[in-house]
Design a protein around this ligand. Sequence first.
Ligand code: ZN
Length: 198
Amino acid sequence: MDFFSGRISELIEQLAMLPGIGTKTAQRLAFHIVSLPEDKVEKLSRTISETRKHVRYCAECFTLTDSELCPVCRNERRDHGTIMVVETPRDLAAYEKTGKYEGVYHVLHGAISPMLGIGPDDIRLKELMKRLEGDVKEVIVATNSTLEGETTAMYISRLIRPTGIRVTRIANGVPVGGDLENVDEVTLLRALEGRTDL
Ligand code: ZN
């Protein structure tokens, strides 16, 4: 099935390994890439490997960034006493796109899933509890409304309740089973505004 040269096939294969990219899209991308001027391709591949090399977790919220603190945590105008807990940096990006949330975040990098063997110690929960030793007045749990997301929300609420800090859960405006990043901004804002105490 090798219609193209070995190198092109290899490029298609590599691109097809990326999430959301099927073989057809991979082919289109590969042919686009090989038709670009060499310096453009050079820049693209350099950007990919340099980004990979320098990316790290924010020391405070654990989102992906390339400095000690991410831009949100560095921003003194943000309300550092309100922490929204999300599963992934993509969820953080979805809420940032609304431009209406003024607090900060905490990225768990996953959700509790007994089925997949992911327990509380496998996500950034200890780090969240450590942050709560500071001056925090509300934790908004914005994990997905999947079974894992709900399990995680319940676990977090049980963990935080004894501290007396207010714990809220975003409203059910977010479709069940839906990834936060695929939800439009209006729905996200409605879910945030309609949050209830846990
Ligand atoms: Zn941060």
